[in-house]
Design a protein around this ligand. Structure first.
Ligand code: AMP
Length: 224
């Protein structure tokens, strides 16, 4: 199963993505996490990406597109993949579509979580990152995934905040890119929505991101 997952930062995309990944046993490819791993590991790619990420800007397409297209060729993607955080603009969507066709890879499902910008912003500022597993959901503003004191609610691991999660200007910039339906992330989601309407084999699923995590999951599962 090959899946694209869209949703503004703070919409619960990571949480729902982890559930999907387990259901279909796909590789979970999170562009933001790849960059963060590279920054942590002190790689050249990390050094190139850090300044953009800290400001809430997109890392340039010349760096990001080949990084993701190469990742899709890795062995663990043969059984399916879930792309989260890519494509992020219309150009990335077009390039991804071209690359999939060229590689003979079929896109099965596209998911879009719909959520108001203001709600998404508050959720971002409350989220905490587990040192053991970035897919352990923790958010001080969402009851069902509230951390256990100052530790991860899943494994008790240390929690930290992403620096770009506490910077309102950076959040505003990231959301500006996401909600831009002309050239930004919504434009790339709509690119695949149009494609799904033309090519009956792609399923496009819209989810209301406002309810609780469990309710969003239930809606997701019922629509798959
Ligand atoms: P995320 O974890 O998805 O919020 O991504 C964190 C940051 O990584 C973003 O604010 C961007 O700076 C960068 N990034 C992630 N995915 C992409 C992408 N597809 N294109 C360009 N930059 C990206």
């Amino acid at each position: 199963m090959n899946i694209l997952f869209f949703g503004p930062n703070g919409s619960g995309k990571g949480t729902q993505g982890a559930i999907l990944k387990d259901k279909y046993n796909t590789a979970h490819i999170e562009s933001g996490a790849i960059f963060r791993d590279n920054i942590k590991g002190g790689t050249e790619l990390g050094a190139q990406a850090k300044a953009y990420i800290d400001k809430g800007d997109l890392v340039p397409d010349e760096i990001t597109i080949p990084m993701i297209l190469d990742r899709l060729q890795k062995d663990d993607c043969k059984g399916g993949w879930l792309l989260d955080g890519f494509p992020r603009n219309k150009n990335q969507a077009i390039k991804l579509d071209e690359a999939l066709k060229e590689a003979g890879m079929k896109l099965d499902i596209v998911i879009e979580i719909l959520l108001d910008r203001e709600i998404a912003k508050n959720r971002i500022m409350g989220r905490r990152l587990c040192a053991n597993d970035p897919n352990h959901p923790n958010n001080i503003y969402i009851d069902v995934i509230k951390p256990d004191g100052d530790k991860c609610r899943v494994c008790g691991g240390e929690l930290s905040m992403r620096t770009d999660d506490q910077d309102e200007d950076a959040i505003g910039k990231r959301h500006g890119i996401y909600y831009d339906a002309d050239t930004g992330t919504l434009a790339s989601a709509y690119y695949f929505k149009d494609l799904a309407a033309k090519e009956g084999s792609i399923k496009y699923i819209e989810l209301d991101g406002k309810p609780s995590v469990t309710d969003v999951t239930a809606e997701l599962v019922s629509k798959l």
